[in-house]
Write a protein of this length. Structure first.
Length: 165
């Protein structure tokens, strides 16, 4: 049995994973915890490490499970191939990904990184750009803005920030 790569439809990795597992296939979707703003609330969600891709373990020969239902599975776009040959993934790579995923499972990827430019979207400083400094641990963040030609640190809710473009 070897690992192969499946290309999924946009944002349907988890749907494809669930449907393939219900059909009896062994699958793996590496995820990374990250902070996201959803409906004005800061949440930690598991995001796919490789968007639109997941791994599937398939056998070859007469005793192996048929590959044909994979293409018609909800959420699946296609099996990744090079020419007519499906792309094989080394077992060592899957083991390495699982080890890395276990190592970072508790630490979410922060929404904003120190030094990143942000824009305030609510409050007295709406529309002003600043530099993200850090989270103060009390559900607030510190942002450095320039006021009267002097840098000033303000504390705001993380939901009132957006990445500056």
């Amino acid at each position: 049995m070897h690992w192969y790569l499946i290309h999924t439809k946009p944002r349907q990795e988890k749907c494809a994973l669930d449907n393939l597992e219900q059909q009896g296939y062994q699958c793996y979707l590496p995820t990374l915890p990250s902070e996201k703003l959803r409906q004005r609330v800061l949440m930690v969600t598991d995001e796919p490490l490789f968007p639109r891709y997941l791994f599937i373990r398939l056998g070859q020969g007469d005793s192996a499970k048929s590959w044909s239902p994979i293409r018609s599975t909800t959420g699946v776009s296609r099996l990744v191939s090079f020419g007519v040959e499906p792309a094989k993934i080394a077992d060592g790579l899957i083991e390495l990904l699982r080890a890395q995923e276990a190592a970072v499972q508790g630490e979410p990827e922060p929404l904003f990184k120190p030094g990143e430019r942000v824009r305030l979207t609510e409050g007295a400083f709406v529309g002003i750009e600043g530099i993200y400094q850090m989270s103060d641990g009390e559900r607030r963040v510190m942002v450095l803005i320039e006021m009267l030609s002097k840098p000033v640190t303000v504390r705001v809710a993380p939901t009132s920030l957006r990445k500056a473009s």
